[in-house]
Design a protein around this ligand. Structure first.
Ligand code: AP5
Length: 222
């Protein structure tokens, strides 16, 4: 039977664990991970025109203008691998205008995962977050420390992960979240993400597997 590729959106406040869950989802389901944060950070570090425009917004914790991000995502979604293997959209849409742009392109997810974590936990997660520039893996100095001294020595902190900037990012998230959630309420599932990452993944894994299973049953019946 022909299996339709999965289309997944993952949303939640800064440091709710989107990137961490995406690593696990990609390993299991082979979806194309499209993270606007990662794409923008790559543009900044390569010093492209987009990167130069985005840098100041990102470093201050504010949103990059819609037109820049929308064009970037539309280009990435139209590539063959995303069409063939399915996609996992992380950190987009983040504004109502971004959600509308996807609607115009007729891009709709099968499921919208909303990671729910109390505010006071988010700050601690951001401040302790470290990234491995070689593998792209996400760590936390206390909860998820690196596996070796070699990795530990090369970990970096994001410039927008200070307490002050996290608070600004959280406020912006709250201003936009209701409009986004209401755009996807028919496929939205809220997940308690204030649990160990493996437990959160157990739930996401079950949800995504269920969509695949339902499709197989439908295809078999057809
Ligand atoms: P982006 O990179 O998307 O940042 P964010 O949404 O603030 O999310 P984070 O990456 O901070 O967190 P996360 O949820 O992925 O958590 P993680 O898994 O790393 O965007 C950055 C910037 O780019 C924006 O501020 C904006 O300027 C710009 N931008 C991006 N998209 C845009 C858009 N659409 N429009 C306009 N501008 C845009 O986990 C965090 C920490 O917690 C880690 O240390 C991790 O180890 C730990 N952790 C994870 N899960 C758990 C768990 N279950 N228990 C304990 N610890 C955990």
């Amino acid at each position: 039977c022909v299996k339709e590729p999965l289309k997944v959106m993952i949303s939640g406040a800064p440091a709710s664990g989107k990137g961490t869950q995406c690593e696990l989802i990609v390993q299991k389901f082979g979806l194309v991970h499209i993270s606007t944060g990662d794409l923008l950070r790559a543009e900044v570090s390569s010093g492209t025109e987009i990167g130069n425009k985005a840098k100041e917004f990102m470093n201050s914790g504010s949103l990059v203008p819609d037109e820049i991000v929308i064009a970037m995502v539309a280009a990435r979604l139209s590539r063959e691998d995303a069409k063939k293997n399915g996609w996992l959209l992380d950190g987009f849409p983040r504004t109502f205008a971004q959600a509308q742009s996807l609607d115009k392109l007729n891009v709709k997810p099968d499921i919208f995962l909303l990671l729910d974590v109390p505010d006071e936990i988010l700050i601690e997660r951001c401040v302790g977050r470290r990234l491995d520039p070689v593998t792209g893996k996400i760590y936390h100095i206390k909860s998820y420390p690196p596996e070796s001294d070699e990795v530990k020595a090369r970990l970096v902190m994001r410039p927008d992960d200070t307490e002050e900037k996290v608070k600004a990012r959280l406020q912006i998230y709250k201003q936009n979240s209701e409009a986004i959630i209401s755009a996807y309420s028919d496929v939205m599932i809220k997940i308690d993400a204030n649990r160990p990452k493996e437990m959160v993944f157990d739930e996401t894994h079950t949800l995504l597997s269920q969509i695949n299973l339902n499709r197989m049953i439908k295809t078999d019946k057809a």
